[in-house]
Design a protein around this ligand. Structure first.
Ligand code: NAD
Length: 479
């Protein structure tokens, strides 16, 4: 099949595209067919990628911040110039609807623009010690070789959200994208090279199985930073592994977002927000609304309007202009979502729309609303990662807040109320790293994205995202 742009399918190591002995098939979730094969990097390839990053480290960290920023800025411009081809590539390998893929390319490119501006804003401090005897000089230095591991659900943005700040800070990187969706990452690597990233500054390896490859790189003794986005299960394993070499870790892990519709919410605003919070990426987002707590006084109106919107979605191939909901990424994910829905229905939930898998597109699942879900239903403890919205009715705000916080995750929550004071009090009390107040979307390259509890450690985006790739050095001096 012809891809929307040429892709170098080898590993990128030290500026060279290196072919491997074995290959990985990339599958189009809309058809189940193979669209490309890419090199399956060997353990030796992975170790060599880390060595290449280490060789490039000194000169890249010594490169003027303005020069690093200009390379990132050119990367942004090249991504925008290739906007449509990149969007099509994302849809082909991941399945999301093309409008979502276009939005992702814009969002992903913005990380390069934002961090091109941040590269020149690495600050320090210079003060007299309180005792007056000496000076305190504080500088920031790049952490060093950074291993970046990313998931399949945002093949472009999860990579650029790490590469942008790492390069701005003066770190060299090895990117290991999910092997389900490697093509977009390889395309972005090619763009970075064309934008002027020197050999070895950006390396990419795709590996299946990923575990041994990532562990070999962490064990190399050369990696000083692990920036991971993915499931809480794998994040926890990698934190344990990184502990043996005390590697600096940033973790963007799973979510289980509550979406709260208060009695005084503007229901139309809440429905718009719910559609965005639930259905962006077909529900396959860490930020996806996963548990809908709706006040009894507005439940009927909210349900009627929300079900109408969900029922109107057209499930199909993400590339078709009439499609508004794409397939899930794999057969396994389709089966997982189906079993979550079947379990909730067996326990008494009502299917208000959707409820089933389909075979066209291959890994499709209908937009589904479940009513009458009990507040203690086990489904509410799971990250659904699909187009399914369980509705739970509440009367007492304090009890709703307790339920909203009674989960292991804490990435994001959404609150809908016309009373901004109440909204701010709920935002304070919700145990999540981010809150959408009368808004179904929080992601912004200029803002610190991240979670608390088992949703992760550290932040990406904003100025905080840059700090994750910097170490503080302090010099005590007399002069
Ligand atoms: P995943 O944890 O299975 O995989 C993520 C990355 O880790 C991939 O590169 C994968 O190849 C690699 N990996 C898998 N097993 C590994 C192992 N044993 N050792 C080393 N590396 C391994 O996650 P996924 O299924 O690709 O993505 C979905 C998850 O990502 C969801 O839980 C979602 O919430 C989360 N996510 C979080 C954010 C965030 O910013 N918090 C953003 C997007 C996705």
């Amino acid at each position: 099949m012809t891809l929307p742009r040429p892709i170098s399918t080898g590993s990128l190591i030290g500026g060279q595209w290196v072919e491997a002995q074995s290959e990985i098939d990339v599958i189009n979730p809309a058809t189940g067919g193979v669209i490309a094969t890419v090199s399956n990097a060997s353990i030796d390839d992975c170790r060599e990628a880390v060595r290449a990053a280490d060789r490039a480290r000194a000169s890249w960290s010594a490169t003027a911040p303005r020069v690093r920023g200009e390379i990132l800025r050119r990367t942004y411009e090249l991504m925008i110039a290739e906007h449509e081809a990149l969007a099509q590539l994302i849809t082909l390998e991941m399945g999301k609807v093309i409008t979502d893929a276009r939005a992702e390319v814009t969002y992903a490119a913005e990380f390069f623009r934002w961090f091109s501006e941040e590269a020149v804003r690495i600050d320090g401090d210079y003060r007299r010690a309180p005792g007056g005897a000496n000076w305190l000089l504080v500088t920031r230095q790049p952490v060093g070789v950074s291993l970046l591991a990313t998931p399949w659900n945002f093949p472009a943005a999860m990579a650029t959200r790490k590469i942008g700040p790492a390069l701005a800070a003066g770190c060299t990187v090895v990117l290991k994208p999910a092997h389900d969706t490697p093509l977009t990452a390889l395309a972005i690597a090619d763009i970075l090279v064309r934008a002027g990233a020197p050999d070895g500054v950006v390396n990419v390896v795709v590996a299946d199985p990923p575990g041994p490859a990532v562990e070999a790189m962490l064990d190399s003794g050369l990696v000083r930073k692990l920036s991971f986005t993915g499931s809480t299960r794998v994040g926890s394993l990698l934190l344990q592994h990184a502990a043996t070499k005390i590697i600096n870790c940033s973790m963007e892990l799973g979510g289980n977002a509550p979406l709260i519709v208060c009695s005084d919410a503007d229901v139309d605003v809440a429905v718009d927000g719910a559609m965005l919070a639930k259905m962006r990426n077909g529900g396959a987002a860490c930020t996806a609304a996963n548990r809908f707590y709706v006040h009894s006084s507005v439940m009927e109106e909210f349900t009627e309007k929300f079900v109408a919107r969900m029922s109107s979605l057209v499930l199909g191939d993400g590339l078709s202009p009439t499609t508004t909901l794409g397939p899930l990424v794999s057969h396994a994910q389709q089966q997982r979502v189906a079993s979550l829905v079947d379990g909730a229905v067996a326990r008494g939930a009502k299917v208000l729309c959707g409820g089933s898998s389909v075979t066209t597109p291959a890994f499709g699942f209908q937009a589904t609303v479940l009513g009458g879900v009990d507040a203690t239903d086990p489904m509410l403890a799971e990250e659904i990662f699909g187009p399914v919205a369980p509705l739970v009715e509440f009367d007492d705000e304090a009890e709703m807040l307790r339920l909203a916080n009674d989960v292991d995750h804490g990435l994001v929550s959404y609150v809908f109320t016309k009373d901004v004071g109440k909204g701010m009090r709920l935002a304070e009390a919700l145990e999540t790293g981010m809150v959408g107040l009368n808004r179904g979307l929080v992601s912004d390259p200029a803002a610190p994205f991240g979670g608390v509890k088992q949703s992760g450690l550290g932040r990406e985006g904003g100025h905080d995202g840059l700090l994750e790739f910097l170490e503080t050095k302090y010099v005590a001096g007399n002069w």
